[in-house]
Design a protein around this ligand. Structure first.
Ligand SMILES: NC(=O)c1ccc[n+]([C@@H]2O[C@H](COP(=O)([O-])OP(=O)(O)OC[C@H]3O[C@@H](n4cnc5c(N)ncnc54)[C@H](OP(=O)(O)O)[C@@H]3O)[C@@H](O)[C@H]2O)c1
Length: 315
């Protein structure tokens, strides 16, 4: 059954960075019948509640953008929470979606679940070919199980679930909490606050040499809608910008956008994480999609959003 603009689509995690962007992208594209539940309204780790929700609402499409997500610190200090919540959320949603007759489900993996030393740029075939980055292996093992679950349900039951592998994301609605956030929102907040205080020096974790790729979340949401409509197969699909920058280059860019004029130092005693992470996006481009929002433009928009929402952003 093909989806159309009247099909009921459930966006799980619509208050999150990705989910909010997906809701926006679906509405802009013309989908009029979205089903949304906050975490407080539906705890996706609760199997009985999830099954009852799917039986009642019977959505036709599902975008699974709810997950327990965080940076190196959060992953390192809460390993049990990361593996438990992610396994439960995806197991409950994928299984209930299949049982209730969902026509299409989109699951999200992540570039950080590829092996730590995967050849660069990372091709989809690198998954499960080597040891994981130890700082986030709990999250990675759960996410890999989610991908395998989608593939297994497709093989055994013909369930149309696809898995996408987004690179590092950023954009409006990001998590700016310094303990739990990813590198880009953390830098935005730190440079903004350093500028307000008039600090002459700021120290960034790590050596500054790791290379990272960043994709604006509106680009990801656009790719999700494109693949929801056009891609129905087992292989995972990388979703990235296609080029990377060093953390030092990123810090310089954020400092420029935020108007911070002091010095930027690096604390090499803090962990760097994976040395390089750039996705090979050949498969995605062959499926007829490419990103549009360059990094500087994306950071400018995100910084503007952060300044407008300093009071209610996740700090
Ligand atoms: N952000 C990235 O750079 C990135 C990169 C690659 C892949 N991804 C993938 O994209 C997906 C979404 O990530 P995100 O960055 O949008 O994360 P996010 O901003 O933290 O959003 C996650 C959402 O899931 C909700 N949620 C968490 N636990 C839940 C539960 N038990 N029941 C119901 N809702 C729950 C959260 O609600 P509360 O906040 O109320 O708990 C939040 O709204 C994840 O699968 C992640 O792996 C993200």
């Amino acid at each position: 059954m093909a989806l159309n603009f009247h099909s009921k689509i459930y966006v799980a995690g619509h208050r999150g960075l990705v989910g909010a962007a997906v809701e926006r992208a679906l509405r802009e594209r013309g989908y009029q019948n979205l089903v949304l539940r906050t975490h407080a309204e539906l705890d996706l780790t609760d199997q009985a509640a999830v099954r009852a929700f799917f039986e009642r609402e019977r959505p036709e499409g599902v975008i699974l953008a709810a997950a327990r997500v965080g940076g190196i610190h959060a992953n390192n200090t809460r390993p049990a929470l990361f593996i438990r919540d992610n396994l439960l959320i995806q197991d409950n949603v994928i299984d209930a979606a299949y049982r209730s007759g969902v026509a299409k489900l989109v699951f999200l993996g992540s570039s950080c679940i590829y092996p730590k030393f995967a050849p660069q740029p990372i091709h989809e075939d690198s998954l499960l070919t080597g040891a994981l980055e130890p700082t986030n292996e709990w999250y990675a093992v759960a996410k890999i199980a989610g991908i395998k679950m989608c593939q297994a349900y497709r093989r055994e039951f013909g369930f149309n679930a696809i898995s996408l592998m987004p690179t590092n994301l950023y954009g409006p609605g990001d998590n700016f909490d310094l303990q739990n956030s990813h590198v880009l929102p953390a830098l935005i907040r730190r440079f903004h606050e350093a500028k307000l205080r008039g600090d002459s020096q700021i120290t960034v974790w790590g050596t500054g040499t790791p290379r990272r790729e960043f994709l604006h979340v509106h680009d990801l949401a656009d790719a999700i809608v494109h693949l929801l409509e056009t891609y129905d197969a087992e292989p995972i699909v990388n979703v990235g910008w296609g080029e990377d920058v060093t953390i030092r280059e990123l810090a310089t860019l954020v400092a420029e956008v935020a108007g911070y004029r002091g010095e930027v130092g690096f604390d090499a005693s803090k962990p760097d994480g994976t040395p390089r992470k750039l996705l090979d996006t050949t498969r995605l481009r062959a499926l007829g999609w490419q990103p549009r929002i360059p990094l500087r433009e994306g950071i400018e928009g995100t910084y503007a959003w952060f300044r407008q929402h300093v009071a209610d952003a996740r700090l």
